[in-house]
Design a binder for this molecule. Structure first.
Ligand code: NAP
Length: 444
């Protein structure tokens, strides 16, 4: 039986999970693939460190160069994280013609275009199933399962930390800061938590899915990203009363209801790629994805809606995704078929991301209003001047000092127009504090 020798860079959470999963199911994989996977070496920073998953000392080294360059290593697995050394590791392996498996979404987001180009130039491949949504095989779904579809919509809850925090805020009526502190204590949130709670991790993953679905590498700088720090328990409660749940949503949409025109009739127009907290209807299945779980809804023009749910992180879920890539890479090595279904094929020459200014959506707006006659007329007039329609006005029970909360549910409107109208409304004497604006996604 052909043997593929793995050089693993990183023996931490995911590296340890992969090591253990190969010990557990390596023989099963060999019987399914006709190729056996053998761990040749594992590079770590500190070979003496105590590890949750024990890796035999004879496999451990601290020099990643030696692992990548080892002629016995024919497949490199990058599980160290970060974007600087990890980029060097991946480039070095690809330039030697060695395929690479990675779980590193930050690396792909920042350098994906370059890395795929180098892989192609050197007749090899870069595999990245574990970089998005942990154990959910969403890359394979987009790359192979839905290859006959144009992807018209993709919505993802792809950051487990944010979903955990929002779920507990809703279930317990708790504040963001209190739940975040608890999540950090329990190990569900990093310290500092910025990458997760400010939406950047979700943006890395959403960008990778958008790139794959739409055939051009989405520049992470073009992904509009809002995190969940400003979500209050008050908004979660008002949303609940209105029949909605707030979730951090990655959105990839083709341009319906947006103002941008395609550059050429046969080419696609700009797509929306963004990450923001959104109100989603309680009746929708995405509103019922709780805790650290991830979900991705993909709508194809042939298949319709499809849904993928599972653990988005953790050593075992992520190891499962790495093993799937190892199987593909091992078969590609065995049959020299590295053009089978390429991991990423740029095919959209004029692909572009729509500016958030032009993105049209519905909105939930909360204002703190001094309850005086004529205020509503002034608010309605400011929105009317911007050609924005109100679908309902709700004044929930209760007040905060001299003000009362007022909720406006707004019809479809471009983001820029909405921002301008809210800036006008904020200047009214009867409005106290900054208006709160959260998008409403009906997932239609
Ligand atoms: N954790 C998850 O649930 C999860 C899920 C999906 C994707 N990912 C991605 O998987 C990757 C790894 O994450 P992780 O959670 O496993 O990280 P981790 O626990 O911090 O492990 C990182 C490993 O890399 C090693 N390392 C760091 N710098 C090195 C260097 N210069 N040379 C050799 N080894 C080096 C570390 O060595 P020492 O052990 O000696 O410190 C450690 O073993 C990241 O890209 C992450 O985004 C993680």
């Amino acid at each position: 039986m052909r043997q593929v020798n793995l050089g693993i860079i990183g023996g931490g959470t995911v590296g340890g999970g992969v090591f253990r999963a190969i010990q557990r199911n390596g023989a099963l994989m060999a019987s399914r693939l006709g190729v056996s996977l053998s761990i040749a070496r594992v590079a770590v920073r500190d070979a003496k460190k105590a590890r949750a998953v024990r890796i035999p000392a004879k496999l451990l080294v601290t020099d990643w160069h030696a692992v990548v360059a080892d002629p016995a290593v024919n497949l490199v697995v990058e599980l160290m994280g970060g974007t600087t050394t990890a980029r060097q590791v991946v480039l070095a392996a690809l330039k030697l013609g060695k395929p690479v498996v990675t779980a590193n979404k930050a690396l792909l987001s920042a350098h994906g275009e370059e890395l795929f180009k180098v892989a192609q130039q050197h007749g090899t491949n870069l595999y990245y199933e574990a970089s998005v949504a942990g154990g959910i095989p969403i890359i394979k779904v987009l790359r192979e399962g839905l290859i006959g579809n144009r992807i018209t919509r993709l919505f993802g809850i792809v950051n487990g930390t944010c979903n955990y925090i929002l779920t507990r805020m809703k279930d317990e009526g708790a504040d963001f800061a209190a739940v975040l502190a608890d999540a950090q204590r329990l190990g569900y949130a990093e310290t500092p938590p910025d990458l997760d709670v400010d939406g950047h991790d979700a943006a890395h993953k959403t960008g990778i899915l958008a790139s794959l679905a739409h055939g051009f590498w989405v520049n992470p700088r073009h992904i509009y990203t809002e995190g969940i720090r400003s979500i209050t328990r008050q908004d979660i409660e008002f949303a609940r009363q209105l029949g909605y749940t707030i979730r951090l949503l990655g959105c990839v949409k083709t341009a319906n209801g947006v103002r941008h025109k395609p550059p050429h009739p046969h080419r696609q127009s700009a797509i929306q790629v963004s990450v923001y907290p959104a109100l989603i209807p309680n009746s929708h299945i995405l509103a019922n994805v709780n805790g650290v779980f991830n979900v991705v809804l993909v709508r194809g023009d042939v298949v319709g809606d499809t849904l993928y749910y599972g653990r988005g992180a953790g050593k075992d879920a992520t190891a499962s995704a790495v093993l799937s890539d190892l199987a593909d890479a091992a078969l590609d090595l065995k049959y020299k078929s590295n053009r089978r279904v390429p991991p990423f094929v740029p095919h959209e020459r004029d692909g572009a991301v729509l500016s958030i200014d032009d993105v049209v959506s519905r909105y939930y707006v909360r204002l703190s209003v001094v309850d005086k006659p004529g205020v509503f007329a002034k608010i309605a007039a400011a929105l009317a001047r911007a050609k924005i329609g109100i679908s309902s006005i709700i004044q929930p029970e209760g007040h905060e000092g001299e003000t009362v909360p007022v909720i406006l549910m707004i019809h479809d409107a471009p983001n820029a127009a909405m921002k301008r109208a809210l800036a006008q409304i904020a200047k009214l004497a009867a409005i106290k504090g900054e208006p709160v604006m959260i998008r409403v996604e009906n997932l239609e």
